[in-house]
Design a protein around this ligand. Sequence first.
Ligand SMILES: O=C(O)CCC(=O)C(=O)O
Length: 260
Amino acid sequence: MLTDVQLAHFQTFGFVVLRQLFTPKELEIIKREFIDELERVYHHAPFDGTKRYYAVMLGSTTPFFASLLEDPRFCGVAEQLYGEDTIGIATDANRYVGNTGWHPDTGSYEQFGVKFAFYLQPVGPDRGALRVIPGSCKQPYFGELREQMKTMNLAITDVPGHVCVSEPGDVVAFDLRTWHASYGGSNDRWMCTCVYYNNPKTPEQEEVTRRQAVANKNVTAHFGRPGDTWLPSEWIANPKKSPKRQRWLDRMRELEFFDA
Ligand SMILES: O=C(O)CCC(=O)C(=O)O
């Protein structure tokens, strides 16, 4: 759970850095699963540092990663931020290449939630650390940035922001609406996330969440694996009958996150 100060930080600025959430032993397991799974799913095209690789880590080949979405260190905080009915969406692993331009992780102010991002290498201001624009998850700032960022076309480092310097073990939690970017990272930056969505309550929220579901289902194709499904069927089967996961799955099914 977040302390009162961490919660106030998140609610005020749209992000908070949680230091050393993982133990060194957990980090070893994370690195092992990260390497093995990305090698497995991209066996047809070994990484060459020219394009980002991405894999959902919810299957039986990555048991530690798969446990994270239901780990109270993450889902407890997500529920604290967006309510008990918050939906766990995915855990993933990425090999990033180069800079990432400024963007929020949602197409609409009404589709929101939290992303927990953790880098497996030290990252700093000129070495690929996540940059955020504090307070950009709130209106009218969120909408103004949407209007202005394209027109201004500023260099990544010319946009006023906060650099979330981090070491392996640290986790940056940010609202999906918070504008973020990175600069100066290597062409093989290891980054992982756990993502939770607000359970949509209004017709507008439902509509934009359904749209987000369509985009999510296409993500594996976007990252060079057109035949692979986004979420593994074994996670959807919920073999241990986790009530929390079942609640997520039921709502995700209603919102058409799964193909028929
Ligand atoms: O680490 C990066 O380069 C950017 C990460 C990012 O944009 C994201 O996780 O949404």
